[in-house]
Design a binder for this molecule. Sequence first.
Ligand code: AMP
Length: 112
Amino acid sequence: MDDCIFCKISRGDIPANKLYEDDEVLAFWDLNPQAPKHFLIIPKKHVVGPADLAREDEPLMGRLTRKASELADKHGIPDFRLVMNNGAKAGQSVFHLHMHVLGGRPLSWPPG
Ligand code: AMP
């Protein structure tokens, strides 16, 4: 996806403040944090959003979730919220699947 900003970050075409990277997934600190600790974890494979996941992506989503938890622990975020927005009306602004990991302050419920 030539014009996808998260594909560009995955390819190394534009910089990001990375926490973790392997062949399949990448995690980086959010540019506009909504909590004291806020990072994103993405699959390197371009998937538009949760509604576009294929059955074959199920193991990848398991990896994303486990890695998000592992990184939260490593970065001192014992209590955290995982958020995936699907569609513009739900707040999705980048159309490459990503999981927000937010923590470092009490998080209220319900979200806005
Ligand atoms: P969403 O609104 O759920 O699609 O989330 C997209 C997130 O990506 C937002 O929290 C943005 O602040 C973040 N973001 C956009 N561009 C970058 C970037 N170049 N580096 C880090 N985070 C970014």
